[in-house]
Ligand binder design. Sequence first.
Ligand SMILES: [Zn+2]
Length: 190
Amino acid sequence: MRVDTNIVMFPNPLEQCLRRKRLLKTFLQHYNLPEHLPVFSRIIFTSHVTILSVSESYKEMVLERVWRREAVVSKIESLNRQHSQCLITVKEMYRFARIVANHHLPAWFSPLKSFGLEFGNLRSGMYCERCFGSTLHKEKWHAYWTCYHCGEKTRKNYVISLQDYPMLNKVTITNAEARTFLEVDDRYYV
Ligand SMILES: [Zn+2]
C-alpha cells in the first residue's frame, strides 16, 4: 500500500480477488464438492470516501467486479435472479456448508500488537462495566462485587473480564493465571 498525499494506492485488488476464486475452486476439487458451482469474486469498498479511479480499458471489468457497500444487497439480488437454476441438491448444499464451516478460520485481531504493547504491560484487575475503572472489590460474605468508584454492584463481572483474556493473551487459562489477571486472592472466588 502506498500513501501519496491524500491518495492511498492498494495492491491490485482484482488480482487478489481472482486468486481467492482460484483457491476456492481448488478447495471444492479437494473435498469432492460440486465443481460446477459458479463462483463469483467481488471486491467491496466499505469506505464511503473511497474514490475509484480506473483506466478506460479496464472500466467494464472493474464496474462488474468492484462494488460499493450500499450496492451489495441489490447486486446480490441481481446475481440471484440471473442464476436461479438449482445446480446442486439440498444434501450437497448441507455437505458443502458443513465442510466450509469446519474449515473456517476466524480473522484474529490482536489489540496488543496494534498498540505495540505486551500482555505484561496491562493493568490487572476486574473492571466495572459502568465506569470502566478496575476498582471492584468483594466483602468476604457478600455474593456480589462492588465498584469503589461508582458503587455498582455485580455478581458475575469476573466472567466479563475473563472474556477479554483470549484476545489479550492465550485461549487457555489456569486458575492461578485467572486470579492474577483478575487480582483475586481467594481461589474459591474464581
Ligand atoms: Zn464503577
